[in-house]
Design a protein around this ligand. Structure first.
Ligand code: CTP
Ligand code: MG
Length: 228
């Protein structure tokens, strides 16, 4: 089986407060983006990596991919104002691939096993995402008071990668653009077209590095990571 992967890495990392794009922060002497790309580099099913970048950082990314080395990057495209715009630019660069994965550059703890599960399910259903059952009780709030306690057993916390048939996800992005809709993940754009999205149970370690605390968790995860 084969796929290509789009990696949005064009954000500013404002919540990380590192004064730079968080993709370049080092964990165990390697930048976060390198940790993220390694599994795709090693996966025989992966036919190409499309990295979405901020134009001002093109040289920095290029140097890293030579240094570490990451050889499967077939294209580096410019990002947009929102993650969704960045992903759309990346999707347009996908060539000759039936299945595309979309995976955050800031999510370095993804395994080949989960990637393969996603690809198989996306081939069958058109769309598949990774998610973990919610551990916390979730309440909807209004004006500082609880409006409702949401039934936890049906709640899932969603991660990336998300895997799609390329024709389906491109159509969903184009429809969202026409409607001026901006979603918080790519699957939501497919859902609003009335299409089914398969959930695959993921791993709690597949965190997105968002705030400074996440770097502490990342160090702990990395210390127990098989390839280390
Ligand atoms: N991203 C992107 N283009 C954007 C915004 C985000 O490619 N316009 C990417 C980020 O680089 C990241 C992923 O989408 O890998 C998930 O976004 P997020 O965690 O929100 O990262 P940032 O937008 O960089 O962080 P923040 O929201 O704190 O500024
Ligand atoms: Mg963001």
């Amino acid at each position: 089986m084969e796929y290509q992967v789009v990696i949005p890495a064009a954000g500013q990392g404002k919540r990380m407060k590192a004064g730079m794009n968080k993709q370049f922060i080092e964990l165990h002497h390697q930048p976060i983006i390198v940790h993220t790309l390694k599994v795709f580099e090693q996966d025989d099913w992966c036919q190409g990596i499309i990295v979405v970048i901020n134009e001002a950082e093109r040289e920095q990314f290029h140097t890293l991919f030579e240094q570490f080395p990451i050889k499967k990057v077939v294209s580096m495209v410019s990002g947009g104002a929102e993650r969704q715009h960045s992903v759309y630019n990346g999707l347009k660069a996908v060539k000759n691939s039936e299945i595309v994965l979309i995976h955050d550059g800031a999510r370095p703890f993804i395994t080949m096993e989960k990637i393969h599960e996603l690809v198989k399910e996306a081939e069958e259903h058109g769309a598949a995402i990774l998610a973990v059952p919610m551990k916390d009780t979730v309440k909807r709030a209004f004006d500082g008071f609880v409006a409702e306690t949401v039934e936890r057993s049906s709640l899932w916390a969603v991660q990336t990668p998300q895997a799609f048939r390329i024709s389906l996800v491109l159509e969903a992005h184009e429809q969202a653009r026409k409607d001026g809709y901006v979603g918080t993940d790519d699957a939501s754009l497919v859902e609003r077209m009335g299409k089914k999205v398969k959930i695959i149970e993921g791993d709690y370690r597949n965190i997105k590095l968002t705030t400074p605390d996440d770097l502490l968790f990342a160090e702990a995860i990395l210390s127990n990571w098989p390839s280390c």
